[in-house]
Each structure stands twice: as C-alpha cells, then as structure tokens.
Design a protein around this ligand. Structure first.
Ligand SMILES: NC(=O)C1=CN([C@@H]2O[C@H](COP(=O)(O)OP(=O)(O)OC[C@H]3O[C@@H](n4cnc5c(N)ncnc54)[C@H](OP(=O)(O)O)[C@@H]3O)[C@@H](O)[C@H]2O)C=CC1
Ligand SMILES: O=C(CO)COP(=O)(O)O
Length: 333
C-alpha cells in the first residue's frame, strides 16, 4: 500500500520505518528539505533518532503536494499545534475518502478539539483514526516489543488499519472508544510533567505513585465526562501510556517536569530540547475542558499554574494532592 507519513520527527520517522519494513511503499514528508535529503541519501534522521539506521527503501520529500498525492493511507505525525494547518495544505492533492490516522497526542488549544475531530472538520468524508498507546519511539526503533491501539468508530476501517500496521513485535489492538483513547493520550502528557517535577524535586516513589494514580483518575473523569468509556483508561491508551510516559527517562514531557523541578525556566528547557512536549500546550485546553464539565482535576490545574508562571514547581508540589477539603477524598473517584 502507498502510505504517506506527515512529519519527520521522532515518531513520524519511527512509524514510517515500521511501515516500510512491513513492505508498504512509505513516503515521509519533512518540512525541512535537509531532513528529507538526509533520509534519502544517508538513511538516517540524526536530529530526532540519533544512531538509528532507517530502512533503505524509506523515501522522503519536502514537497507536501507530492506527499499528499502519494497516499492511499495518510498518517499525520506533526505536533498538534501544526495539525490543522498541515491538513489544510494537503487537502487539494489528497485522493478522496482515504483513511487518515493521527499519531499526535494533544488537544487543539483554541477549539479544544481532539485530533480526529480536526481531521473530520478539515477532511470531511475521510475515515479518521488515532494510533495511541505506550509507544516511546526509540524503543520501537530498537526493535523492542510494544503494544499500540488503533482507535476508530468503524470496525471495518479499524481492522484494515490494524492489518496495515501489524508487524513483528508491534502488537496492534483496536478500540471503538476514540474519545477515551485520545483524551488518555493527551492528558497523560500533563501528568508526566507532574511526575517529572516530582523526580526533579527528589520526592519519594510513594509520592510519584500517588500522582500517577490520581492522574489516572483525572484522565478517566475527563474522558467519561466527554463521552468516553472508563475501561479504555484502564487499558493501553490510558494507564499503559501514562505509566510509560511517567516512568521513562525518554519522555520529553517527563523531562520538562524534571527540569522545572530543578528550578529551571520553561523557556530555557523548551529552547534547549528542540522537540515537542505536548503537555505544555494541551494543559491549557485541559483546564478549559475541566471548567466546561465542572471537574476538579487538581493535578491538571496545578500544572497549568506552573506552566503559566503563576506558581513555581516547588510550590506546586506542596499542594498537588491536597486540593480536596479533608474528609471528601475517595479513591478511586
Ligand atoms: N516520540 C514519541 O515517542 C511519540 C510521539 N507521539 C506524538 O507524536 C507527535 C509528534 O511527536 P514527535 O515526532 O515525537 O515530535 P518531534 O519533536 O520529535 O518532531 C516534530 C516534527 O514535527 C515537525 N514540525 C514542528 N512544527 C511544525 C510545523 N509548524 N509544521 C510542520 N511540521 C512541524 C518537526 O519538523 P522540523 O524538524 O522541521 O522542526 C518534526 O519533524 C506528538 O503529538 C507526540 O505527542 C506519540 C507517540 C510516541
Ligand atoms: O507518547 C509517548 C509515549 O507513548 C511519548 O511521550 P513524550 O512525548 O513525553 O516523549
């Protein structure tokens, strides 16, 4: 199958490599011509996947029209802030009705939409799906086993995409609960910033486990309020991804939190990182959704205050789990 992957960062490049090894004709779009040239000539993407050889058959282009016209299946791996604009640009050259799969984990800042909702708005008539789960790119490049979820309401589309992605040690599950899957993927990044702060401040494992568990409760509460199913958040797209992101030193969101916990400024951390940490932006939309649904979500609200500079990371940690009045705390819930 001819597959186009938009976005030649860590995850887009990894997914394009997996699909190439699965014998698909994959074409990856890089906005930087230098990155496209590097992938074509040297079969590497050193900025994002240092030290990993890419499949020789993976082709890259910096021409978005060429990338769009190639696709029988479109996979979108640009950060959520660029998601809508990128779809608008590919729209004129896209074959009608082809499925579109989002790799991106976050919420649109102004509209508060999930990425499959953005796909449906910009590309009506195209089946929309999300690929999500505990999928740290470098582990997958290293050939380590991983499980992932294809979320889409249409079982026929889900099964077809599952067949396209399934390869060797990548185990692909389907889930019809798109809301639960996308809210889990977006919100776990915010909780990873919180657990990263804990790491940076040097608190104990009991405390970090407490934040992860209460974070899971927040993912679940918001997803259910938005129409998702609680069981989704107990699975790969919820707890699975939350645990991977909160414990892995490879996570960019956890890294941001850890550096904040050490007292560094957010601007310095982001400038130095040169990669996306979606939780930093998604937290704004998450707080507005919490307000809309009348939800407490204390961890999310606290991280929002840190990101906006209202309080320091150290101050945040003092109150992170203590926002409910005594006597009103219950777990789970
Ligand atoms: N990395 C991972 O392990 C995983 C990531 N994800 C999700 O995948 C999405 C992409 O993440 P990831 O690949 O890791 O990010 P990276 O930071 O590694 O790469 C970002 C990519 O997006 C491009 N990009 C940045 N801004 C724009 C823009 N305005 N317009 C077009 N392209 C742009 C960058 O291009 P340039 O190099 O030119 O700046 C680069 O190719 C995120 O939503 C993330 O949450 C999901 C699962 C796993
Ligand atoms: O989504 C991810 C793992 O599933 C990657 O997390 P980070 O964006 O924090 O690196």
């Amino acid at each position: 199958m001819r597959i186009t992957v938009l976005g030649a960062g860590s995850w887009g490049t990894t997914v394009a490599s997996v699909l190439t090894r699965r014998d698909h004709e994959s074409l990856i779009w890089a906005r930087s011509p230098a990155t496209a040239d590097e992938i074509n000539a040297k079969h590497t993407n050193e900025r994002y996947l240092e030290g990993f050889p890419l499949p020789g058959r993976l082709r890259a282009t910096a021409d978005l029209a060429e990338a769009a016209a190639h696709a029988e299946l479109l996979v979108v791996g640009v950060p959520t802030g660029a998601f809508r604009d990128t779809l608008v640009q590919v729209r004129p050259n896209l074959h009608p009705w082809i499925p579109v799969v989002s790799l991106s984990k976050g919420l649109e800042r102004d509209s508060l939409l999930r990425m499959t909702e953005v796909i449906k708005e910009v590309l009506p008539g195209h089946p929309a799906a999300a690929l999500t789960g505990p999928n740290l790119a470098k582990e997958i490049m290293a050939g380590m086993a991983a499980a992932t979820v294809i979320a889409t309401e249409d079982l026929t589309v889900a099964t077809e995409i599952q067949r396209v992605f399934r390869r060797g040690l990548l185990r692909v599950y389907t889930n019809h609960d798109v809301i639960g899957c996308e809210v889990g993927g977006a919100l776990k990044n915010v909780v990873a910033i919180a657990t990263g702060i804990a790491q940076g401040l040097g608190v104990g494992d009991n405390t970090r486990a407490g934040v992860i568990s209460r974070g899971l409760a927040e993912l679940t509460t918001l997803a259910v309020a938005m129409g998702g199913e609680p069981s989704t958040l107990a699975g790969l797209a919820g707890m699975g991804d939350l645990v991977a992101t909160c414990i892995s030193p490879q996570s960019r969101n956890r890294h941001v939190g850890e550096q904040l916990g050490r007292g560094r400024s957010l601007d310095d951390i982001l400038a130095e990182m040169g990669q996306v940490a979606e939780g930093v932006k998604t937290v704004h939309a998450a707080v507005r959704l919490a307000d809309r649904h009348g939800l407490a979500m204390p961890i999310t609200r606290t991280i929002h205050r840190v990101v906006t500079g209202d309080i320091t990371a150290e101050h945040a940690y003092g109150g992170l789990l203590r926002t409910h009045p005594a006597g009103h705390e219950s777990d789970p819930g």
